[in-house]
Design a protein around this ligand. Structure first.
Ligand code: PLP
Length: 359
């Protein structure tokens, strides 16, 4: 299987066509820049491009990624107001509205749509309306929401929308994309601190690629990753985006219901409407280490997409990554069965009959 080593170079036209298909997926007419790196690359490029020295940014923290953005904004010299909510909830449009009223000078808002790490999702449509009314720019990390739940970049008025292929799209992790509105381009171009002549520079991409007719690529294309991205767009088209979204929603709903029926573990995100379709997080009972339980689950069935949560939650929260091809009834069933085996192995109850699984 080495035929992928002998491919002709990816043309600029094909690269541009893939960008256009990502734009269609994001429901945007804005420029889409596909960047050659994991999604942290366009996220950092967008935040550093927008972080004006002396400006005020509202950074909404609903999980670990929001914390990361705050650091980049501060590096760029912006005054950062963090609006943090407990990670087992979602932020509300009212909270964002209040934060903007408290700091009327705010001209940039960063928000994560869904957080795979904590399993919550935020009501972007309502939040974006509030941000728009205030006149600020909105940056959205949609890495964990694209292809898992509706993402309407232009209808909502998202100025910088970042996606990656590796979650619900079921695609590669090595290329990712950002949609940039005209207002966002203006802001970045006017920012003396925006990266220039740098791999992090959106302005370089605009100058050398997007605004230059997309005829000559500025760097050698990450060819295998681009072909993988194209293949996963083909797959999404074949299934239909609505079908892909419904599959993720159904997996999340079934897993949450199954876990509640099993008993012993509880959904970490309190309200079902705040739970992300991309991944479900589960709280272990006091005294039961989540990393140890995750190891037991994987011993019971190495094929299920279970891991311990990261960072501060690692001891008490498990994460089920039912995204991409894993957003399927069979994966949910196997995950519930493996959870039941692991819990019983520790002498804890697991009501498999109530959960509708055998074993
Ligand atoms: C997965 C994810 C990313 C991508 O980052 P990795 O840590 O490399 O997986 C970015 N933002 C959010 C909200 C994510 O869920």
């Amino acid at each position: 299987m080495t035929e992928f080593l002998d491919l002709p170079p990816l043309t600029a036209a094909r690269f541009a066509a893939i960008e256009d298909r990502v734009a269609a997926l994001l429901r945007t007419r804005n420029d889409v820049v596909v960047m050659q790196g994991e999604a942290l690359l366009p996220l950092e490029a967008a935040v550093r491009g927008a972080a004006h020295p002396g400006s005020t940014a509202l950074n909404i923290v609903t999980g670990p990624y929001g914390q990361t953005f705050g650091g980049w904004l501060r590096d760029g010299g912006a005054k950062v107001v963090d609006l943090a909510v407990p990670f087992d909830t979602a932020v509300t449009a009212e909270q964002v509205d209040q934060a903007l009223r408290d700091r009327p000078e705010t001209d940039f808002v960063s928000l994560v749509h869904a957080e795979a790490a904590t399993g919550n999702t935020n009501p972007v449509a309502a939040i974006a309306a509030v941000v728009r009314e205030h006149g600020a720019l909105l940056m959205l990390d949609a890495v964990a929401s694209v292809a898992a739940e509706p993402l309407l970049t232009d209808a909502w008025g998202v100025d910088l929308c970042v996606v990656g292929g590796q979650k619900a799209m079921g695609g590669p992790a090595g290329v990712s994309a950002v949609a940039v509105s005209p207002r966002a381009w203006e802001r970045i171009a006017a920012n003396p601190a925006a990266p220039r002549r740098s791999y992090l520079s959106l302005l370089d991409w605009r100058e050398r690629w997007t605004a230059a007719g997309r005829t000559v690529l500025p760097h050698a294309p990450a060819q295998l990753e681009m072909l993988a991205l194209e293949a996963c767009l083909d797959r999404i088209d074949a299934e239909g985006l609505d079908g892909v979204l419904a599959r993720h929603r159904a997996a999340a709903t079934a897993l949450r219901a199954g876990v509640l029926a099993l008993g012993t573990l509880t959904p970490y995100v309190r309200r079902a409407e705040d739970a992300a379709p991309v991944a479900t997080t589960l709280r272990t009972p006091p005294g039961l280490d989540a990393a140890a339980l995750a190891a037991d689950v994987l011993r019971a069935d190495p094929g299920v997409p279970v891991q311990a949560a990261g960072g501060a939650l690692a001891g008490e929260v498990l994460r089920v990554n039912h995204y991409g091809p894993a957003a399927a009834p069979e994966t949910v069933r196997r995950t519930l069965a493996a959870l039941a085996t692991a819990l019983r192995g520790r002498g804890l109850p697991a009501d498999t009959a109530a959960a509708g699984i055998t074993g």
